[in-house]
Every structure is written in structure tokens, then in C-alpha cells.
Design a protein around this ligand. Structure first.
Ligand code: PEP
Ligand code: MG
Length: 557
């Protein structure tokens, strides 16, 4: 047995015979072509076929997978991509397959150069689309994963989402890839199909040899080549226990509003970055949306979305939410989330650069359009709140409130808030609270800025612990500001032990990824507010993050 470590990408575990995705090298002609007209026509036909194929797959898919495939279909049909390829066919006599791959590579390398893991993952999507078009031009056979007909664990260098889309989840016990991160599309799609997955498993293919069985532990991000009986037994009993517990929790707390045992209402909401995620979150028992990451909806766009388009999107959310609250975060563009329609100078320290409300101040027309869409959604009957990311000063909060009021937010009953993710905002929370209705603590950024430790930097993971004394003290300070309700929308909110501490500190709303909702609901409903306060006090007294985590974990039911 060999044990290989990677990144935990999709929960659960599975054991089955290994199915290795062979690297299908394309033999792309190198020389110059004579008939540019014929090459261009072949390119157009291939693009049409691939766009159609991706749209068909999307129509048969659900949730995030459908979103990913739609986005890829849009990439395939992108006029600028076509224009780039056409001009190298006409001007440099390049063969169509080479021209489209090179045209895609230009976009992909720009995306890849961004510091954002998310954007780098989009580079792979573009490469996959262009490779599909090139295969079509050359008449090469489609990918082989679609021929899988019996239960397997797939091992691959990488697995493009359009390949995953053709899979029958009942036949795929797990996915393991050498490339990828938690936010790569293989990971997102595996989660949406409920297939256990480990990605970023270095040396996976070389370690396989003639292995017969593969086990994927998607909770730990570990792959076992030819797992022994002990590992197989452990994984299968853990999987069975997980299934049973989720079923039991869903029946007990799934569709109920969350209260502590002594009646304190705590709203358990969902973080959403794509329209299709909401359905899954509501099924898990989300009581609203505590963070709509609006920028994620438009990252690949070359034109900013207009008011009507944004309104349509928000109305779609509201139809699903009914009278449950939708907290819209205004665009957090800039720095590590660059968008093609915003020109930004390169920055030495993007995380400390022009992002969030700072971008809005440079482009107030973008913010105003977004605020108008929010107000109109509220006028149409939605329960809306809107908050600005990266607020650091009372003056910024004031500026945001003035623009929201000018857009008609007060009359429409839209609550106005700020994310607290910059340490300065914690220190001046009292002053911010005078103008705002609520705060939502973004623990991901707040932890990184409190410790001056890049959240993407694996080597500094020990400084990203949400139980750190500095973060807990910051949450306490924010909750002391009078006149606002306080939510938390960073990843920490989805950790049941941390959530108990937050409630004890005075947090009223916790917003998280759909898969955390049931466990957090179960933890909060099992304790009284007094008990949560006692746990929070003990966690605040703890000398370090590990000790704070221990006291909080011991308090869990
Ligand atoms: C955060 O910083 O905690 C947050 C929720 O925002 P994002 O992760 O989108 O930066
Ligand atoms: Mg943030």
C-alpha cells in the first residue's frame, strides 16, 4: 500500500478499481497552411460543435456543474477568442488547431499570472475548451472517461469539468488528480456531484504502477494505492457513519429555524457565489443567504453587467428565498480578483491594494448600478441587505451609506452594512456602527490581516487559525459595538466549535458553505446561550489557538 497526500476537495471516501485517464496528446500540425478560408471554416464548425456539446451537457447537469459548463460554452463562443485565432490563420498561415490553442493560451496565461487560486483555475477551463475545439478540428476521438461503465476511482493528471460532466456519479467511487486546488473546477464539480475527491496529489500517476485498487479519502485529501484491509475497513465504516449522521441531522434540524435551547434565535445562512448553489444550500437547511459574493458572478466578463441584468439575477435568488434575507456583498473586484473590464495598474502587494470598496471609490458608477439593482429587487418584494467589502474607516462607511441612500435604499427597507475584515474596522467598530445596521465579519481576510500572513500561503497556515486569540478578541470587540447586529461570513462560521464561541460572543448570524449547515445547526441547537457564553469566555482565556479550539470542541454535543 502507498499513501499519497493531496488537498481535500470533496467530502466522503470511496474504494474501487483504479481507472487511469491516459494523457491524450494531440498531434497538432506545425507547418503553414495554404487555404486559410478552409481552415477558418473548419474552426467555425468546430466551435459550433463544441459550444453545442457544452450546452447540451449543461442542460443535463444541475447546480454548479451546469454553471461551469455554461461558462465554458460562453468561452467557446467568445468572439475575441475566435478573432485571435482567425487572425493567426489569416496573417501567419497557422493551422486552425494551433491557432485556437495559442489564442486560448493568451487568456489562460494572464489568468494564471493572477495571485488568485480561483482565477488560476479558470485558466485550466479555457485551455480545456480550446483543446476540445482543436480535437474537433483534427477529428480526434473525444475523451475516454465517458466510456466508463463499471465502478472505478478515476486517477488523472487533471480532469476538465466537461469530462466530469459526462460521468455517472453512481459509477465513480472517487476522483484523484495530480493538479488542482479546492477551488479548481474538478473540485467544485466533484462536490456538486457528491463524488469524494482529492486533488493536487503530487506523484499520483507515477505511484500507480499496475495498482488494482485505489481509495480516495476526500475528507483528509489522501489517496491510498492498493489500500490494505485496515484502511478499507476504516474508510467504509466512516462513510457509513457519515451517511447515517447526515440523514439523522437533516431530519432533526434541517428545515427548522435555529434557536439555542433557551430560545435565542441564531440565523444559519449560506455563502453563495453562483445562482445554482442556492438550491443546494436551501436543501441543507439554510435560513437565508449571508454572503452573496457578487464579483464571482462576473469575473470572466469583458463588459460590466448592467442594472437590469443584475436585477434579474437578484430576482432569481429572491424567488427561491421568499421572505428569507439575502445579504448582497457589493463587488470585491481588484487585486486578486481582477476583471477584464477594469483597468488596474499592477500592484506590488495586491492584498493590500485597490480592492473591495477601494475599487468602488475609483469606479463609483459600478457601485451605483449595483446599488440600484439591489434597491429595485427590494422594491419588488425581496428582503435585502447590502454590505461593502474591505471597509477600513468611518469615512468609507459614510461614503457607502450616502451612495446607498441616494440609490433609495432606506425607502426600500434595505439594511446597510460593512464587512469587517480589516483590523482598522475592528478598532473603530463603534464609529462605524453609528451609520450602519449590521456588520459581517470576514474571518478569512481578517485573520490574514491581523497576522500579516497571506491566506494563500500554505507555509503560513499556522497563522490562519480562526481560534487565534487575536481573532477571537477582534470578534468580541465588534460584538460590543452598539446598534448593529453582527454576522460572520468567513470560513470559520462553518466550524461548529468556532460557531459556538461566536454565538457566545454575541454573533447573531453565521453564514457558511452549504455542506457545513447541518453540523453547525446541530451544535447551536444543543446548547443554551449561557453555555455558549461560558465556552466563549473559556476560549478567550486560552493561551493559544490550540487550547481555545480544545475547550470549544469539548463543549460540542
Ligand atoms: C472573508 O474575507 O472572510 C470573506 C468572507 O470574503 P472573501 O473570502 O470573499 O474574501
Ligand atoms: Mg474577504
Amino acid at each position: 500500500m502507498k499513501e499519497l497526500a493531496g488537498v481535500a476537495a470533496s467530502a466522503g471516501s470511496g474504494v474501487a478499481p483504479a481507472w487511469v485517464q491516459q494523457n491524450q496528446e494531440l498531434d497538432i500540425p506545425a507547418g503553414k497552411i495554404d487555404d486559410a478560408g478552409a481552415e477558418v471554416a473548419a474552426l467555425h464548425a468546430a466551435i459550433d460543435d463544441v459550444t453545442q456539446e457544452l450546452n447540451d451537457k449543461s442542460a443535463n447537469a444541475e447546480g454548479e456543474l451546469a454553471e461551469v459548463l455554461d461558462a465554458q460554452a460562453m468561452m467557446a463562443a467568445d468572439p475575441e477568442l475566435l478573432e485571435g485565432a482567425e487572425s493567426s490563420i489569416k496573417e501567419q498561415s497557422a493551422p486552425a488547431a494551433r491557432a485556437i490553442i495559442d489564442a486560448g493560451e493568451k487568456y489562460a496565461s494572464v489568468l494564471e499570472a493572477s495571485e488568485s487560486e480561483y482565477m488560476a483555475a479558470r485558466a485550466e477551463d479555457i485551455r480545456d475548451v480550446c483543446m476540445r475545439i482543436a480535437r474537433r478540428v483534427l477529428g480526434a476521438p473525444p475523451s475516454a472517461v465517458e466510456a466508463i461503465s463499471e465502478p472505478v476511482v478515476i486517477a488523472a493528471a487533471e480532469l476538465p469539468p466537461a469530462d466530469v460532466a459526462g460521468l455517472d456519479p453512481k459509477l465513480i467511487a472517487g476522483i484523484a488528480t495530480e493538479q488542482g486546488s479546492r477551488t479548481s473546477h474538478t473540485a467544485i464539480v466533484a462536490r456538486s456531484l457528491g463524488i469524494p475527491a482529492a486533488v493536487g496529489v503530487r506523484g499520483l500517476l507515477a505511484a500507480l504502477g499496475d495498482a488494482s485498487l485505489l481509495a480516495v479519502d476526500g475528507d483528509a485529501g489522501v489517496v491510498y494505492v492498493d489500500p490494505d484491509d485496515d484502511v478499507r475497513h476504516e474508510l467504509s465504516s466512516r462513510e457509513e457513519a457519515r451517511r447515517q449522521r447526515r440523514g439523522e441531522l437533516a431530519a432533526r434540524v434541517g428545515d427548522r429555524a435555529t434557536h439555542t435551547t433557551d430560545g435565542q434565535r441564531i440565523e444559519i445562512a449560506a455563502n453563495v457565489g453562483a445562482a445554482a448553489e442556492l438550491g443546494a444550500a436551501l436543501e441543507e437547511g439554510a435560513e437565508g443567504v449571508g454572503l452573496l459574493r457578487t464579483e464571482l458572478l462576473y469575473l470572466e466578463r469583458t463588459e460590466p453587467p448592467d442594472e437590469d441584468e443584475q436585477l434579474k439575477l437578484l430576482t432569481g435568488f429572491i424567488e427561491q428565498l421568499g421572505d428569507r434575507r439575502l445579504v448582497v456583498r457589493t463587488f470585491d473586484f481588484g487585486a486578486d480578483k481582477p476583471v477584464p473590464f477594469l483597468e488596474q495598474d499592477p500592484e506590488e502587494n495586491p492584498a493590500l491594494g485597490v480592492r473591495g470598496i477601494r475599487t468602488a471609490r475609483e469606479h463609483p458608477e459600478l457601485l451605483d448600478t449595483q446599488l440600484r439593482a439591489v434597491v429595485r429587487a427590494a422594491e419588488a418584494g425581496g428582503r435585502l441587505a447590502v454590505m461593502a467589502p474591505m471597509v477600513a474607516t468611518a469615512e468609507e462607511a459614510e461614503w457607502f451609506v450616502e451612495r446607498a441612500e441616494a440609490a433609495g435604499a432606506r425607502e426600500a427597507g434595505v439594511e446597510l452594512g460593512a464587512m469587517v475584515e480589516v483590523p482598522a474596522a475592528v478598532l473603530v467598530a463603534g464609529a462605524l456602527a453609528e451609520r450602519l445596521d449590521f456588520f459581517s465579519i470576514g474571518t478569512n481576510d481578517l485573520t490574514q490581516y491581523l497576522h500579516a500572513a497571506d491566506r494563500q500561503q500554505g507555509a503560513l497556515a499556522y497563522l490562519q487559525d480562526p481560534f487565534s486569540p487575536a481573532l477571537l478578541a477582534a470578534v468580541q470587540k465588534v460584538c460590543e459595538a452598539e446598534g448593529t447586529w453582527v454576522g460572520v461570513c468567513g470560513e470559520a462560521a462553518g466550524d461548529p466549535a468556532w460557531a459556538v464561541v461566536a454565538v457566545g460572543l454575541g454573533v447573531a448570524e453565521l453564514s457558511m458553505g452549504a455542506q457545513s449547515i447541518l453540523e453547525v445547526k446541530a451544535a447551536i441547537t444543543a446548547l443554551s446561550l449561557e453555555e455558549c457564553r461560558a465556552v466563549a469566555a473559556a476560549a478567550l482565556r486560552a493561551p493559544d489557538a490550540a487550547a481555545a479550539r480544545r475547550v470549544a470542541t469539548e463543549a460540542l454535543p
